[in-house]
Ligand binder design. Sequence first.
Ligand code: ADP
Ligand code: MG
Length: 393
Amino acid sequence: MVTGFMFRDVRSYNPNTRNQELETRNIPQVLWNAMSRRTEYCGPAVTIRKAQPRIQEFALIRALARRFARNTSQLVQGIGDDAAVIAAPAPGWWHVTTDLLAEGVHFDLRTASAESVGYRAAIANLSDIAAMGASPRYLLISLAAPRTFTPARIFELYEGLMQACRLHGVALIGGDTSSSRAGVFVSITLIGTTISGRALFRRGAHVGDSIYVTGTLGDSLAGLQLLTNAKSNRSTLRPFAPLRKPHRDFLVQRHLRPTARIGEGQWLNSARLATAAIDLSDGLSGDLRHICEESRVGAEIDLSAIPISPACSAYAESRHLRPVQLALTGGEDYELLFTAPPAKHSAIERQARAHGSQITRIGRIRARRFGMQMKTTDGTMRPIPMSSYEHFR
Ligand code: ADP
Ligand code: MG
């Protein structure tokens, strides 16, 4: 279905030239011409849908499909029909997740390349699939972009998206395309699979379970602050110390090129090691709260146990911050937070070693009435502050 608005070709339309244009190898240039010189905004799509051919939209889709779509053995119909068709897997579960990213809210094209926006959009979805313990399989991309966002940049965005997806064998099977009057919007839908009855939910944590995280926390926020040169309020009286280049590069990479913990989610799920899981997209405090709410439990975490990378420690020190602040509130690390009973500890550690995964035990699940508390470095217990990034607050 077409929603929103579209452009029409302002020159007279000749059906005979259409195929030539579509077949041309140099599609981005054709699209650029179509979108920049030869089009004008012409109101809601629905009023012109029959009368005006959506030539540039079709050419764009065809070019994207040619460059990025791949067949898989279970894909009956990919891009090019009214719907994609996938052969159902042997008794299994589909895991379906979608994310909408809006320019100016989730990304800033003045500071981030289209490629890194695409990459990070893919990781946000891959990470949701990882947190379910599923294998990512199929991807749909819906895109609304203003005329100023050239086809070349659309290709860049797809390049980033597909870079992240190809690592996991994900196939692009469809999407939707529209022009936009206010910024770029990218909506990604990702479909994953597990065998029936096997998934990691937020709702499965029990009192007495340990709380674990993968990787290190706070790196992405530190990287973002380095990129935007954000200044901490507390540090205005003291100048920032310089940060060594390898540390800086590490943190910026962790922000621009995060990793989705697909493998970790899979081994935690397939061997039934974890009772609950979530990916850290909003920050430890906010995401732990989701587990607690869904599982109707409380939690205690030990701040001194939170894994902090050497780069993040160095960054925090240089800016007179406490690294756990970054870890608790920083979003977009895309590490997994999971819970598991003590009986599974040794199996989890064995699996982590076998797969080369870093995991750290940072606390345990308590009764709901305990609430969410953290043991600070001086040994006192304090409520975990709820300061993760939330929209519409
Ligand atoms: P409809 O009018 O039914 O929405 P479209 O012309 O939008 O059909 O889409 C035709 C085909 O192209 C479909 O297979 C759709 O999934 C795919 N498609 C459309 N836009 C995109 C896009 N931005 N990226 C990938 N596939 C797309
Ligand atoms: Mg469409």
